[in-house]
Design a protein around this ligand. Structure first.
Ligand code: ADP
Length: 375
């Protein structure tokens, strides 16, 4: 597979063969945004999501994520293009036919959207009541759903008596009540603490695995993508600027926005004494600091030794880590280059030619009391 092909912003190659969800040439303009001017919320978005996969859509606030979700469940119509979910063109259906399609699309919300006046069971039962399911069948299904999300013992509790994580479990059980094929998650863990987030993401991953549900989740956190998604699409100003397999995008981000979103997740993990000497700009006596990311067969290359032997560039290793995403290992080395004209450019060219990802990290100021760049 060529580099260009891999970088197509279409999220998934498999999905191009068997996409359960297709977003084709979709643009969405709102006639009047916050300041009264028209807003291009989405521009020429193309995405395919394979049946049974998890697509994470990430972007900063205002990037167009919620608009994308609302187009998927037919709450909004695109200005241009088509949205097809499980064979139904939601972008052109009338309200009555949309109601049928929405039964195949479960929705999980950031703030849970539970009815305060109904118990956990009552909330999960609601979509079944609306669908006209007989009472006895509802009782049995609700019990099964609450069991699935680990809330069998909370069936008679009201939302006010439940923790955030428990409320979200009720929300997930309710979303599953009509037996959907697709689950849309709108920042489902953004209101939860890290530990609860982890538990809810584990639950969603289990639902994806055991029930074969296709999941599209929107988030502003790369940690969520990393925990659960197979594919990722990065939205910025209404456009998909980068997309592909999570491992590829994490280990080889192509755009500044993706790098910025990854900054916390792929943290530098420099020792504090080095971190405090890191500067965003070059200055007198600073050493250029690079991150080299190794993947697959390059993971064991003695690359720093080769840089010295073949290029005469003696880099100092500041830190090294081995990690994995979706079971695929990768390594990161943070190195400081010696000063000198073109050293950084030559080192980057040498490393890039060996199929290693090289990202500039910053500049290391000399240690107090030392005149050289040595770390
Ligand atoms: P995100 O979910 O990534 O924060 P949104 O899809 O909510 O992004 O918003 C994308 C852009 O569209 C923003 O500029 C937002 O202000 C605008 N927008 C969203 N919904 C509406 C609406 N109903 N009317 C007008 N403008 C909207």
């Amino acid at each position: 597979m060529g580099e260009d092909e891999r970088r197509l912003p279409s999220a998934d190659r498999a999905s191009e063969r068997d996409p359960l969800i297709r977003i084709e040439g979709v643009s969405k303009r709102y006639p009047a945004g916050a300041n009264g001017e028209p807003v291009a919320a989405l521009s020429d978005v193309n995405l395919g999501v394979a049946s049974g996969s998890v697509l994470g859509v990430i972007g900063r606030s205002g990037a167009g994520k919620s608009t994308l979700i609302r187009l998927l469940n037919g709450l909004e119509k695109p200005t241009e293009g088509r949205v097809v979910v499980d064979g139904a063109e939601v972008s052109s259906l009338d309200e009555r036919r949309l109601r049928d399609v929405r039964r195949r699309i479960g929705m999980v919300f950031q703030h849970f959207n539970l009815l305060a006046s109904r118990t956990a069971s009552g909330n999960v039962a609601l979509p079944l009541e609306i669908a006209g399911v007989p009472r006895a069948a509802i009782r049995a299904q609700v019990a099964e759903l609450l069991d699935l999300v680990g809330l069998a013992d909370k069936r008679d509790r009201y939302p006010a008596e439940l923790s955030g994580g428990q409320k979200q479990r009720v929300g997930i059980a309710r979303a599953l009540a009509t037996g959907p094929k697709v689950l849309l998650s709108d920042e489902a863990t953004s209101a939860l603490d890290p530990e609860t987030t982890r538990a809810i993401l584990d639950l969603l991953a289990r639902i994806n695995r055991d029930l074969g549900l296709t999941i599209v989740l929107i988030t502003h956190e790369m940690s969520v993508i990393r925990a659960i998604a197979d594919q990722v699409a990065v939205l910025e100003h209404g456009r998909i600027v980068e997309g592909g397999a999570v491992f590829d995008v994490f280990t080889r981000p192509q755009t500044e926005i993706t790098r910025a979103l990854l900054a916390g997740e792929m943290g530098l993990r420099l020792p504090p004494s080095l971190a405090e000497r890191l500067r965003p700009e070059a200055g007198p006596g600073t050493a250029t600091v690079l991150r080299i990311t190794f993947r697959g067969e390059h993971a064991t290359d003695p690359i720093v030794a080769r840089l010295a032997r073949e290029m005469g560039i003696e880099a100092n290793i500041l830190s090294g880590t081995v990690d994995e995403i979706g079971g695929q290992p990768f390594g990161s080395l943070i190195v400081a280059l010696p000063p000198g004209p073109d050293v950084a450019a030559r080192a980057s060219a040498f490393l890039s030619a060996r199929d290693l990802a090289v990202d500039p990290v910053g500049y290391l100021a000399p240690a107090i009391g030392r005149s050289r760049h040595v770390a």
